[in-house]
Ligand binder design. Structure first.
Ligand code: UDP
Length: 250
């Protein structure tokens, strides 16, 4: 069992399960509090941060759909998913994965006995740069980093290393769906840990990429900013209107 994060353990807020197409989505007034109570109890948790692109990919890819169905928490990380829920009269606010991951790092960083955190993913040096930003903020944090470009034998060594370290939180930034598959394959090595696929969050914390300005985020236009910054995404983003259409008519 992990050391408790806070002196006063508060009960977890309720979680309601709904669906987006055939995928689960969880509704909650405070996701970070829900996950914190699992961290305190040492209950292993796989968190998927669902957006429209991932939902459409899972719609075409049974293997990804299965991983999402087996996750413990699926949060609406994307304007499209929130729109889908709104159409069905669920007023759930967006839960960006990067913000949920930051709240968990902060909870561990301010705990009486902070546990270990792993940052796995991104180009060599990036995870370490991101970790340093967090260590500067919370000096008690122990963050171990590994870049996301390992060959097979290095990847096997890393999985073994994880099993010996038993970190409390494992943030995996390998991109969708690679990070979801990797977590599903490896979570048995650290059954008490919280695992989150964080996409490009390590790049953002390291200062290599920028998040969309707040006004774009607040107007559900983060996708537009990503397209502007990374035009190569246009093909992947063609699924967004398809998602909107399916959300309206399915
Ligand atoms: N990445 C990685 N290993 C790979 C492929 C990608 O570590 O084999 C990293 C990449 O360097 C980047 C992240 O995965 O840091 C993907 O970020 P992106 O914003 O594209 O994530 P997504 O849009 O899929 O959530």
């Amino acid at each position: 069992m992990f050391a408790s994060l806070t002196r006063e353990q508060s009960p977890a807020p309720p979680l309601e399960t709904q669906s987006v197409f055939a995928l689960p989505i969880h509704l909650c007034r405070d996701y970070a509090a829900w996950v914190r109570s699992r961290l305190e109890a040492g209950q292993g948790t796989h968190i998927v941060t669902l957006n429209a692109e991932m939902a459409m990919l899972a719609d075409q890819t049974p293997q990804l759909a299965q991983v999402i169905q087996q996750a413990d928490l699926v949060v609406p990380d994307g304007a499209g998913v929130v729109f889908y829920l709104k159409l069905r009269r669920y007023s759930q606010t967006r839960c960006p994965g990067i913000e949920l991951a930051a709240a968990l790092i902060e909870a561990i960083g301010t705990a009486e006995q902070p546990g270990k955190i792993i940052f796995y993913g991104a180009a060599p040096g990036v995870a370490e740069q991101a970790a340093q930003v967090w260590r500067d903020r919370y000096p008690a944090l122990e963050i171990i980093t590994q870049n996301g470009y390992l060959d097979d034998s290095q990847a096997a060594d890393f999985a073994e290393f994880l099993a010996t370290e038993q970190p409390q939180l494992i943030l995996v930034g390998l991109g969708v769906p690679r990070q979801e598959y990797w977590i599903a394959q490896h979570r048995q090595h650290c059954p008490q840990a919280t695992w989150v696929g964080v996409g490009g969050s390590l790049d953002i914390w390291a200062g290599i990429k920028l998040r969309a300005p707040v006004w774009l985020r607040e107007n559900n236009l983060e996708w537009f900013y990503r397209l502007y910054k990374e035009p190569w995404r246009w093909r992947r983003m063609l699924v967004l209107p398809k998602f909107a259409w399916a959300a309206l008519w399915r």
